[in-house]
Write a protein that binds this ligand. Structure first.
Ligand code: SF4
Ligand code: SF4
Length: 68
């Protein structure tokens, strides 16, 4: 199973990763803010992740690391 790790305080909540995820499992955490004041990206259902790394590739701020 793949694991998606976010450097949460570097996220600016642009939602690009959410748009490219083929499984549509990334969303911005509406219940909290990071240190920059943005709702950070998170994976809702890690079990559905296929480890494609599209999210990590698209992120302009290199927030995401995907481990297989
Ligand atoms: S690795 Fe692929 S499936 Fe997993 S969260 Fe990122 S874009 Fe979605
Ligand atoms: S693409 Fe990067 S900066 Fe944008 S919401 Fe996703 S993790 Fe945050």
């Amino acid at each position: 199973m793949a694991k998606v790790i976010f450097d949460e305080n570097s996220c600016k909540g642009c939602e690009l990763c959410a748009h490219v995820c083929p499984k549509k499992i990334i969303a911005m955490a509406k219940d909290r803010l990071n240190s920059k004041g943005f709702h950070p990206a998170e994976v809702a259902d890690m079990d559905k992740c296929i480890g494609c790394k599209f999210c990590a590739t698209i992120c302009p701020d290199v927030v995401i690391t995907v481990e297989k």
